[in-house]
Ligand binder design. Structure first.
Ligand code: S3P
Length: 171
C-alpha cells in the first residue's frame, strides 16, 4: 500500500509532523493512539493503569490490522512502542513507506520535560528512562524504516516539507 507511516520515539514529532504532511498532501491523517482512545473511550494512561501494557499493545496491533482495510491514502503516526512487536513491523511494511523521525536524547528530554500523559516515562529520572528505552528501540526503528529523517533543531513545518519533497515531489 502507498501510505506514509511515521515511527520514532515519544516526542519525536510524529503527530505534529504527520498532521501537517497529511494536510499539505491531502492525505487522511491517522494517529494510532488517538484511534485507540476514541474506540476504547479511554485515555491511554488509564488503559495502562487498569488493563496493563500488554492489553494496550494488542490494541495497537488491532489498530494496524483495521488500517490495512482502509482504502484512503493515509499518513499514519504510530505510538513510540508500536514497532517493538514483530507482527506490527510486518503490518507497517504492508501499509506503506515507513519513515523514522529521529531525535537526539537532549532534544527528547527538553520536549518531554513536564509531560504527564505518557505512562512509559513516569517515575524516576526522565533522561534515564529515555536513554534506556532508546537503547532497546533504536536498532528496531532503524531496521523497520525505509528512510530516516533528523528532526533536531528543525520546525515541524520544515520537516513536513522535507518529507514531501523527498517522497511526493509532484504534489
Ligand atoms: C508509548 C508511546 C506513546 C503511547 C504510549 C506508549 C511508548 O505514543 O503509544 O504512551 O511505548 O513509546 P507517542 O510516541 O505518540 O507518545
Amino acid at each position: 500500500m502507498d501510505n506514509i507511516i511515521l515511527i520514532g520515539f515519544m516526542g519525536a514529532g510524529k503527530s505534529t509532523i504527520g498532521r501537517k504532511l497529511a494536510r499539505d498532501g491531502r492525505f487522511v491523517f491517522v494517529d494510532t493512539d488517538d484511534k485507540i482512545e476514541e474506540e476504547q473511550q479511554e485515555k491511554i494512561s488509564h488503559i495502562f493503569e487498569t488493563k496493563g501494557e500488554a492489553y494496550f499493545r494488542d490494541l495497537e496491533t488491532q489498530a494496524l490490522k483495521d488500517l490495512l482495510s482502509c482504502k484512503m491514502r493515509m499518513v499514519i503516526a504510530v505510538g513510540g512502542g508500536l514497532p517493538m512487536r514483530e507482527e506490527n513491523r510486518r503490518l507497517l511494511k504492508e501499509l506503506g513507506t515507513v519513515i523514522y523521525l529521529k531525535a537526539e536524547i537532549d532534544t527528547l528530554v527538553s520536549r518531554l520535560t513536564g509531560d504527564t500523559s505518557r505512562p512509559k516515562l513516569r517515575g524516576g529520572s526522565l533522561r534515564e528512562k529515555i536513554e534506556t528505552l532508546m537503547q532497546q528501540r533504536e536498532a528496531i526503528y532503524l531496521e523497520t524504516a525505509d528512510e530516516e529523517i533528523f528532526t533536531d533543531e528543525k520546525e515541524p513545518e520544515k520537516i513536513a516539507k522535507e518529507i514531501k519533497e523527498r517522497f511526493f515531489p509532484d504534489l
